[in-house]
Structures are given as C-alpha cells and as structure tokens.
Design a protein around this ligand. Structure first.
Ligand code: HEM
Length: 129
C-alpha cells in the first residue's frame, strides 16, 4: 500500500516544490481557472499549495503557522467550482505529476487524493443536480 509517508519519502520537499511549480505554470496559462487566481501573487499561491501539501503528506507545520487550519471548503467558496473547474484542476495536476513524479504507483496515489479533494471542493451545483 502506498502511504502518505511513502509519498513524502519519494518526493521530498524538493519534489513537492517541483510539482507545485509545474502545476502553476499550467494554471497561469489556463483560460478557465487561471483568471480565478490572484494575478499579483502567483508566488504566494504556489507557496500556499506547496506548504499545504508538505503539511498533509509530511506533517511539516509551516502552512499551519502561517494560515491556521486549512478550511479548504470555506477558502474555496469565493470561487465558482463546478464539474468543469474541478476537472480542469485535476487535469492540470495530472500533467504536472506526469512531468515530476517518476513512480507510477505514487503518481496514482497522489492523483486519487487530488481528485477526492477537488470533488469535495465543488460548490456550484450543475443543472439537474
Ligand atoms: C477543484 C478545483 C480548484 C480550484 C478551481 C481551486 C482554486 C483555488 C484558488 C483560486 C485559490 C486562491 C489562490 C491563493 O492561494 O491565493 C486556491 C487556494 C488554495 N487551494 Fe485550490 N482550487 C481547487 C482545488 C484544490 C485542491 C484539490 C486542493 C488541495 C488538494 C487545493 C488547495 C488549495 C490551497 C491549500 C489553497 C490556499 C488556501 C489558503 O491558505 O488560503 N485546491 N484554490
């Protein structure tokens, strides 16, 4: 089984840094979700996601010290997140993990986590839902 410890041991801080960099390089260019992010603070957005992941997988507490409890649902409420936005976020993160994470098992485990959280963050019902 691929545990959080194994994921963190495989990527290390360096791997999570490369992953968030590869992800935001794509988000910045994306016409659907790119405009949601603060144009003046891409470095900050990248740092928040990176430190959240280091906290989640490596129990590194920098995120908590700076931002407190993640409260991800509340923090995503200002943004319209439906199926299209969720799928785009996951697609771009999938490309970033392909680029950065060599081990396919670790990649799959990470993507399962991302897909679950992304779905949990949906806050805009679709037509007929
Ligand atoms: C479902 C599609 C998603 C969209 C459209 C989205 C969009 C955003 C936006 C626009 C921000 C504000 C950027 C900033 O920090 O200034 C943000 C913040 C953040 N997002 Fe997402 N996000 C999504 C999914 C996720 C997922 C799946 C995760 C984690 C696995 C995540 C983790 C975070 C974190 C940690 C922050 C910073 C929270 C804070 O401390 O303020 N997001 N997101």
């Amino acid at each position: 089984m691929i545990t959080e410890e194994l994921i963190f041991a495989t990527l290390g801080e360096k791997g999570f840094e490369q992953l968030t960099k590869a992800f935001y390089r794509r988000v910045r260019e994306d016409e659907l979700i790119g405009p949601m992010y603060p144009d003046q603070d891409w470095a900050g957005a990248e740092e928040r996601l990176r430190e959240f992941l280091l906290f989640r997988f490596g129990a590194v507490t920098r995120y908590l010290e700076k931002r407190g409890h993640p409260r991800l649902r509340a923090r995503h409420m200002p943004f319209r997140i439906g199926i299209a936005e969720r799928d785009r976020w996951v697609l771009l993160m999938g490309e970033a993990t392909e680029e950065v994470v060599a081990d396919a098992g670790v990649r799959d485990a990470l993507m399962e986590f991302f897909a679950q959280v992304a779905d949990f963050l949906r806050n805009t019902p679709e037509e007929g839902e």
